[in-house]
Design a protein around this ligand. Structure first.
Ligand code: F6R
Length: 245
């Protein structure tokens, strides 16, 4: 596990984006696993800027998002499909048919989970997965207590996750109670993972991550078992840990 410290959110975003851009330039057919939420927004802005200035091409890239809210259509401004289209895909030369987000409004949600899991496998798996971390240690929407063996599945969101994400919705009551998420074993099959941690509100979670034994009570702890994880954390997030980078 490699830890890279960034002085602030902008530097974290730039470092992560530079890493992704290099990967894409070396492997134009990369399968990229993507996250939503507040943390990766700066990365996506950097990828767009680089595409416009340097022409890095995404024509042959396939993307697989970690998760999607149950019950939201792709057109809903709060859906992760909408987020990805507006924050990244509409601004680069990616083939939209190669961008994958679970269908949160599928009629048969269980089938949809199996389809998504199969889709990733049939495409050869994820080469590079971007992850954020929840204040409770969740990765994707795999909340504390999720089995490390889990595959793509439907999950109940904890009250704390719904509250954390309520900032994007008109009110807390409109935050969906369930999501489809890649499972922990799905995430762990990625060849490489970048975990992003930013801000003082993640300092507690990051400090727990560093000292915590591998335990299903703290989902992110499983990343310590992955052979190729880079953590890019900013100084505010590292406030409560002492590490040598
Ligand atoms: C998002 C996701 C979540 C977030 C996490 C942190 O696709 O799967 O695990 O990465 O909730 O969210 P932010 O970045 O908003 O703090």
């Amino acid at each position: 596990m490699k830890i890279v410290e960034a002085k602030d959110y902008n530097e974290m975003s730039r470092k992560a984006a530079d890493y992704i851009i290099k990967k894409i330039q070396n492997s134009p057919k990369l399968n990229l696993g993507l996250a939503t939420g507040g943390t990766p927004v700066g990365i996506y802005q950097n990828l767009i800027k680089d595409h416009q200035l340097n022409g890095t091409s995404y024509t042959h890239i396939a993307t697989f998002n970690l998760d999607e809210y149950v019950g939201l259509s792709p057109e809903s401004p709060n859906s992760y499909r909408f987020y990805m289209n507006h924050k990244l895909f509409n601004h680069i030369d990616i083939n939209i048919g190669k961008t994958h987000v679970p269908h949160g409004n599928a009629h048969h949600l269980h089938e949809e989970c199996l389809r998504y899991e199969r889709l990733i496998a049939e495409n050869g798996g994820i080469d590079l997965q971007i992850l954020g971390i929840g204040a409770n240690g969740h990765i994707g929407f795999n909340e504390p207590g999720t089995s490390f063996q889990s595959i793509t599945n439907i999950v109940d969101l904890t009250p704390s996750t719904r509250e954390a994400n309520a900032r994007y919705f008109p009110s807390l009551s409109e935050v969906p109670t369930q999501a489809i998420t890649m499972g922990i074993s799905t995430i762990m099959k990625s060849k490489e993972i970048i975990l992003l941690v930013s801000g003082e509100n993640k300092a507690e979670a990051f400090s727990k991550f560093m000292i915590q034994e591998i335990d299903e009570k703290f989902p992110a702890s499983i990343l310590k078992n992955h052979p190729c994880v880079t953590i890019i954390a900013d100084t505010a997030a590292m406030k409560k840990v002492k590490v040598h980078c």
